[in-house]
Design a protein around this ligand. Sequence first.
Ligand code: OKP
Ligand code: ZN
Length: 320
Amino acid sequence: MRIFYTADHCDHQPKSEQYDGIASPYPEVSARVDAILAGLQQHNFGTIHTPRKYPLEHIHQIHSQPYVSFLRRRCRDITRGEQVQPSYFISDTYAPLTSGTYHASRRAVDAALAGADAILRGEQVAYSLCRPPGHHAGHQSTGGYCYFNNAAIAANHLSSHGRVAILDIDFHHGNGTQDAFYTRADVFYVSLHADPSINYPYIRGFATETGEADGVGCNLNIVVSKNATVTEYIAGLEKALAKIQDFAPDYLVVSAGFDTFIDDPIGGLRLNADDYTEIAEHIVALRTPSLIVQEGGYNTELLGELVVNFLQPFNRWSSR
Ligand code: OKP
Ligand code: ZN
């Protein structure tokens, strides 16, 4: 499998998030990536490639031009080491800006697009180690640690070459991604996540949301209970995979979050480390060229192990 990553995420270093005006430590830290890289190296996943720089056109198909310009200009005016809570282009107060946020977010998109291009060149599996994550980023809004929607931008790129399914297995519903494709019939969005009536992002992710206009039937939200063990989780996943199979995609994009792990500090179902291998085995059974895009997962101690466990079945398939 091809792996893409850049160190530029290090320049995105918020220190705190605001909940009802009260600051607490920022969980979406660069140590997450250090843990993943260490895991990949220990398990000999091979060369990690630096993506090339892609033009803004790809981003502008998902995000508005005023939004992208705002992020670029606002970050440019921030002193290194400072953090700003913007008042505009936000859907919540979980995406502060630092001087490096725009650049880091651009490079995360580059990693996702390079992964998509690897798939288009005939690679079976690519893993884009994106930070910051992307699935909450809307057409013109940041939110939930996200600025640019890496998975949506990559899926949109793939969609010029075939039918695309997006499987979002982060603990949180990917409201940005759902919105991006809600009226489209060529991209199918399926998400498994905790109940949005009591979990972030609150505003989206209900089972009643099934798509609109041309996109009717091309959106599927599966809510899993907060105490779901691997048995309940796999049952939901099987439903998702059956629908994906019916859709018959040429490409699969997996928004891979690991905050479903039992010991995740902000999410947490009852999934254990080994369960990620079983989850991946079910997804690999689709035998569809797959781009895996990193989303959440906040247990910096164990995140490397969780990602490695998940990637292992994909790796076995792609090097067969
Ligand atoms: C981003 B991703 C914790 C509240 C959490 C923001 C969650 C963003 C999750 N104090 N609110 O989907 O992993
Ligand atoms: Zn999440």
